[in-house]
Ligand binder design. Structure first.
Ligand SMILES: Nc1ncnc2c1ncn2[C@@H]1O[C@H](COP(=O)(O)OP(=O)(O)O)[C@@H](O)[C@H]1O
Ligand SMILES: O=c1ccn([C@@H]2O[C@H](COP(=O)(O)OP(=O)(O)O)[C@@H](O)[C@H]2O)c(=O)[nH]1
Ligand SMILES: [Mg+2]
Length: 239
C-alpha cells in the first residue's frame, strides 16, 4: 500500500530522516563548472533592468509540476526553467559530468547544488524575461541555501502541488517519455527523498508565508483553476 501524503502538515513540520545524509552526497565533478562570480541579484543588471519575479514550483514526482508550468507560461508569460530538464540536457550533451548526473537521476538522488544552481542561473542570465518558474527546485535545504548564496535572489511565490503517493506513482508509470527514472524502483526511492529532503523546503516557505498549496488531484484544468488566482492577483502578469 502507498501511503497518502496529501495531508502533509505534520510531516512537513517535523520530518528529518537519516536520509538527510543524502544532502552530503556529492562528487567532485561540479568543480569543472565555471568558478563562481559575484552576481548582482536583485540590483537590476543581472536581470536586464528588472527585479526578477521568481516562482519555485515544488511537489513530488508526478504531482503535475511540469503540466501546470506550461499553463502558467501560456497564461501569464513566465519563462519555465525545469531543473530536471536542464540536468537531462547536460546528460545528452555528453559532458564529462553528464554520466554522473545520469547515475544520480537513475538513483533518484539529488545532483550537487552547485551544478543545478549554475545551470539555472545561466538560463536566467541569458533570458530577456524577468518572470521565472523554477520547476522541481530546490529539492533540499542545501539546494535552497546554495541558490540564495549564488544568485542572491529569493522566490516571491512558492507553489506546492500536494498529491497522494498512489496518484503520483500512477502518473509517473504512465508518463511515457522514456525517462530512466520512470520505473517503480526509482520512484520508490524518489518518494523517500521527497519526504526527507524536499518537504523541509516546503515547510521553510510555509513558515515564511510564501507557500501556496494546491490540491493536485483532479484534471489538469481543474488544478489550474486553483493556480490561476495566485498569479491573477498580480495585474502585471496578465498577457
Ligand atoms: N491532473 C492530472 N491528472 C492526470 N494526469 C496528469 C495530471 N497532470 C499531469 N498528468 C500527467 O502525469 C504525468 C506527470 O506529470 P508532470 O507534469 O510531468 O509531473 P511532474 O513534473 O510533477 O513530475 C504526465 O504524464 C502528465 O501528463
Ligand atoms: O533540482 C533538481 C531537480 C532534479 N534533480 C534530479 O532530476 C530528477 C528528475 O527531476 P524532475 O524535476 O525532472 O522530475 P519530476 O519531479 O518532474 O518527475 C530528480 O529525481 C533528481 O534526480 C536534481 O537532482 N535536482
Ligand atoms: Mg517535471
Amino acid at each position: 500500500m502507498w501511503r497518502r501524503v496529501a495531508s502533509l502538515s505534520s510531516l512537513i513540520s517535523s520530518k528529518r530522516s537519516s536520509t538527510l545524509n543524502q544532502a552530503a552526497y556529492s562528487f567532485k565533478f561540479f568543480e569543472s563548472f565555471t568558478t563562481e562570480t559575484p552576481t548582482q541579484g536583485k540590483d537590476g543588471r543581472f536581470f536586464k533592468g528588472k527585479t526578477p519575479f521568481i516562482t519555485f514550483v515544488l511537489g513530488g514526482p508526478g504531482s503535475g509540476k511540469g503540466t501546470q508550468c506550461e499553463k502558467i507560461v501560456e497564461n501569464f508569460g513566465f519563462t519555465h526553467l525545469s531543473a530536471g530538464d536542464l540536468l537531462r540536457r547536460e546528460i545528452i550533451s555528453n559532458t564529462e559530468y553528464g554520466a554522473k548526473i545520469l547515475d544520480t537521476i537513475k538513483e533518484g538522488k539529488i545532483v550537487p547544488s552547485e551544478v543545478t544552481v549554475k545551470l539555472i542561473r545561466k538560463e536566467m542570465e541569458s533570458s530577456d524575461n524577468y518572470k521565472f518558474l523554477i520547476d522541481g527546485f530546490p529539492r533540499s535545504e542545501e539546494n535552497r541555501i546554495a541558490f540564495e548564496r549564488i544568485t542572491e535572489a529569493d522566490p516571491d511565490i512558492v507553489l506546492f502541488f500536494d498529491c497522494p503517493e498512489e496518484e503520483m506513482v500512477k502518473r509517473v508509470l504512465n508518463r511515457n517519455q522514456g525517462r530512466v527514472d520512470d520505473n517503480i524502483d526509482t520512484i520508490r526511492k524518489r518518494l523517500k527523498i521527497f519526504e526527507s529532503l524536499n518537504l523541509p523546503v516546503v515547510n521553510y516557505y510555509s513558515k515564511r508565508g510564501k507557500l501556496y498549496t494546491i490540491n493536485a488531484v483532479g484534471t489538469a484544468d481543474e488544478i489550474f483553476e486553483q493556480v490561476r488566482p495566485v498569479f491573477a492577483a498580480h495585474e502585471e502578469f496578465s498577457t
